[in-house]
Design a protein around this ligand. Structure first.
Ligand SMILES: [Zn+2]
Length: 320
């Protein structure tokens, strides 16, 4: 379908038309600031996870950072996506709708939510997902009351093997994450490339170096600085960047995505295509998930990102 010669149309050829079985080596990285003005999401059991890390790349002081663990980052976006699929009639939480039924306890293993965000596999509890992110770290020191009141987590979320439709789905979910959960996502750059980019901690430390005397800057200033820092870091990454979308191009793209999400007819066309893609993917490769789990492990669409192990002896885990 056409998006009236806009920016989205211009990038559509960069995406594949189907979800590949084997990892394609294609990635979309969403570079963003997750910003919280309260943080119920960060307090499972009223315990905050903090980690003692070097403040910046150049700044060698050690500070305690709040940690937003991987599993705390995607549920809100998933919820938004599932609600969208329900509202468009493409998924259902009614067991009578056999073809569309999917809920948290009974994963259908074929809808966009299951395929893109993953589901627990029968074999060894593997989680198959095309979206992933690393643990995120607060920009400032967790012991500062200012930081506790407003927390910024510089973050990269990655979609691997993207189709145009899965890209729109994941981006829409990031943009529409409800402020009710106390967390907003500010996308500052979108990178289409053939490899991994910087880690969340590296991004956070680089931004800290630039902002260390102004950590309480306005969100607008934080976004401006984070965009500069992100662009500098991207220039240093040894991967082929097909597209780096920032600034006015990003504004155009986000505006077009917003318009798309307000046009139910067009949106339903896009999401119907996405549902077909995930269903075909499940039909062709789905048997592997239950009966041939071990065989497909080498071809899982995972990247071995340099995740930071929270029990690493390099770090000190502290509960505030
Ligand atoms: Zn499902």
């Amino acid at each position: 379908m056409s998006f009236s010669d806009g920016f989205l149309d211009s990038i559509k050829p960069e995406f594949s038309a189907a979800l590949p079985r084997l990892a394609s080596g294609k990635y979309v990285h969403f570079v963003m600031l997750r910003h919280s003005q309260c943080f119920p999401i960060l307090q499972p059991n009223r315990v905050l996870t903090t980690l003692c890390t070097q403040a910046g790349i150049q700044t060698s002081d050690m500070i305690n950072r709040l940690v937003m663990l991987k599993h705390q980052q995607t549920p809100s976006a998933r919820l938004v996506g599932r609600e969208l699929l329900f509202s468009l009639g493409l998924a259902s939480d009614n067991p009578q709708d056999k073809d569309k039924f999917c809920n948290g306890e009974n994963c259908c293993k074929k809808c966009p939510d299951c395929i893109i965000y993953g589901f627990a596999s029968n074999e060894g509890g593997l989680e198959l997902a095309k979206v992933y992110s690393d643990s995120a770290f607060s920009l400032g020191d967790a012991k500062s009351n200012d930081v506790i009141a407003e927390i910024t987590f510089p973050t990269v979320e990655t979609l691997c093997d993207p189709t145009f439709e899965s890209f729109l789905y994941v981006l829409g979910n990031l943009l529409h994450t409800s402020p009710q959960i106390g967390m907003s996502n500010h996308v500052i750059g979108i990178v289409l490339c053939d490899g991994e980019i910087f880690s969340n901690l590296h991004f956070t430390q680089a931004l800290y170096d630039v902002l260390k005397s102004n950590l309480n800057s306005s969100l607008t200033d934080l976004i401006t600085k984070a965009t500069e820092v992100s662009n500098n870091l991207l220039n240093q990454e040894p991967v082929t960047k097909t597209r780096i979308i920032t600034g006015s191009q990003l504004t155009d793209l986000l505006t077009e995505v917003s318009i798309l999400y307000q046009d139910e007819t067009k949106l339903k066309t896009v999401m119907t295509t996405l549902c077909q893609q995930t269903k075909i993917y499940a039909q062709i490769y789905g048997d592997s998930w239950s009966s041939r789990g071990k065989e497909i492990i080498p071809s899982l669409p995972f990247r071995k990102r340099n995740f930071i192990s929270l029990d690493s002896s390099n770090y000190q885990l502290v509960n505030l």
